[in-house]
Design a binder for this molecule. Structure first.
Ligand SMILES: Cc1cc2nc3c(=O)[nH]c(=O)nc-3n(C[C@H](O)[C@H](O)[C@H](O)COP(=O)(O)OP(=O)(O)OC[C@H]3O[C@@H](n4cnc5c(N)ncnc54)[C@H](O)[C@@H]3O)c2cc1C
Length: 75
């Protein structure tokens, strides 16, 4: 799910969206960087509320990998 400016909503920002419950069908909240499709993560400039910059994009990428592993362990 994207916002009106085309940025991908993830994690808590996604959960705050009015239409969240119509797209998210799991019992848990989305993980950090997790998009509206469970197990799909977004990092860097494409993500809503990301701090722009190379170091932030790299850090978010590392975080997204961590949460991808958590997701894979739980399915
Ligand atoms: C002119 C300029 C100068 C900047 N200078 C600095 C700086 O000095 N220091 C700093 O920290 N930050 C700087 N930034 C910001 C920094 O470049 C970005 O914040 C950072 O690159 C974001 O990384 P990203 O991986 O999220 O996105 P990107 O680096 O934009 O990577 C996205 C990649 O996805 C590819 N892509 C896009 N669409 C698709 C598709 N449909 N399929 C497959 N691939 C696709 C693109 O080709 C690109 O390679 C600058 C930005 C600009 C525009």
């Amino acid at each position: 799910m994207k916002n009106e400016n085309g940025f991908i909503l993830t994690g808590t920002e996604l959960a705050r969206e009015k239409s969240f419950h119509s797209v998210w069908k799991l019992d848990r909240e989305p993980l950090m960087c997790e998009a509206s499709v469970p197990g799909i993560f977004a990092a860097g400039d494409v993500r809503f509320s990301a701090l722009t910059g190379i170091s932030s994009a790299v850090a978010e990428g590392a975080m997204a990998i961590r949460f991808t592993r958590k997701y894979l362990q739980e399915i």
